[in-house]
Design a protein around this ligand. Structure first.
Ligand code: DAH
Length: 344
């Protein structure tokens, strides 16, 4: 066979093989066999030296044409292969969109957290800062700084878990008051939400751990009037604008005068029902004007500044709002109970 014939034969054979390859591996081996360094075309070109100088350019040109034709055919085959592979993948990965979806169980906020967040929103909108205080507290901040010395009978109002002589689980978020007054200078406007502990027997309305939110405002010229306005605003936001608010004289060692605050029962509108035990009122917090001894003990001059404070019972607010009949439900974490608050 002449070199011309050989070149034509290579082209013909190569193109035919490239029509009928099976897969990527075979395509590549065809490419190497014809176009590779040790391939057939190269082998022929090596014989060019034996040709006469007149023949060489024409043979060279034909060889180039053959190479280009084969290269183009390889490229086209590679493209075809890619398309085939894509089509196969799409076929294999096709989704059955008519299959029903899997539902994941969804968590939600605990009712106490919902109420606490609402309280935070209300007081934040009135310009209060949110502060945090330790649950393991010293006797000083929980009692002494709040005008309750060691042998004071008011200590009996709260049955305390002592962790040592001067260390205890805070019985009231009021413990945050002195900490804040020591650190800040008036005007002070804070609320402190959190857990508190008392050695109480567990029953439908008592738990050894419960939740409070302390509020404290100290500035020049603060009066009982500011306390009433603030708490009325709060009660209306929580229970609705038709809610009536009642202040009853009371006693707390760290306030003078002291009050307990009731709201008209949102269940019966004040007529008397099971929730309000027939009284038409629900007690929600204790409050008062900060005692001069407390201010003085924290380095604030009671002749210049005055303040009010309040302590809201978050658990009571939660059980009345959601008509939960037993406080223990708030602490048992039964999914059947908690799931009722999803999305509230
Ligand atoms: N700490 C009180 C309690 O646990 C509630 C309270 C009453 C807080 C009057 C106050 C206050 O800040 O002024 O019963």
């Amino acid at each position: 066979m002449s070199i011309w014939e050989q070149l034509r034969q290579i082209k013909e054979d190569g193109l035919r093989e490239l029509e009928n390859f099976l897969d990527a591996k075979e395509l590549d081996s065809i490419r190497v066999r014809y176009l590779g360094k040790k391939g057939e075309l190269t082998a022929i070109l090596k014989q060019m030296g034996k040709l006469s100088p007149e023949e060489r350019p024409a043979v060279g040109q034909l060889a180039n044409e053959v190479r280009q034709a084969l290269e183009a055919a390889v490229a086209a085959s590679q493209e075809k292969l890619k398309e085939k592979e894509l089509a196969a993948r799409l076929e294999k990965e096709s989704l059955d969109v008519t299959l029903p979806g899997k539902r994941r169980p969804l968590g939600g906020l605990h009712p106490l957290s919902i109420v606490q967040n609402d309280l935070i929103d209300i007081f934040q909108s009135m310009g209060f800062d949110i502060v945090d205080g330790p649950e393991v507290e010293t006797d000083y901040y929980c009692f002494e700084a709040l005008n309750v010395p060691k042998d004071h009978p008011a200590r009996d109002m709260q049955d305390t878990f002592y962790l040592g002589e001067n260390l205890l689980l805070r019985t009231q978020t009021s413990a945050a008051q002195a900490r804040v007054m020591e650190q800040r200078t008036p005007p002070i406007r804070i609320v402190c939400p959190g857990r508190v502990y008392r050695a109480d027997e567990v029953d439908a309305t008592h738990s050894p751990v419960f939740h409070q939110m302390e509020g404290l405002v100290v500035d020049k010229g603060i009066t009982m009037c500011d306390l009433k306005g603030c708490l009325e605003q709060f009660a209306h936001e929580i229970y609705g604008p038709e809610t009536k608010v009642r202040f009853r004289p009371s006693f707390f060692p760290f306030t003078e005068p002291s009050v307990e605050v009731d709201v008209s029962c949102s269940e019966c509108g004040g007529k008397g029902c099971r929730i309000c035990k027939g009284t038409g009122w629900i007690e929600i917090l204790g409050a008062g004007m900060v005692h001069p001894n407390v201010l003085r003990g924290c380095g604030i001059d009671p002749d210049v500044y005055s303040g009010f404070a309040f302590g809201i019972g978050i658990d009571r607010l939660t059980t009345t709002r959601y008509r939960v009949s037993d406080i223990r439900l708030l602490f048992e974490n039964d999914g059947r109970f908690l799931s009722q608050f999803q999305g509230r």
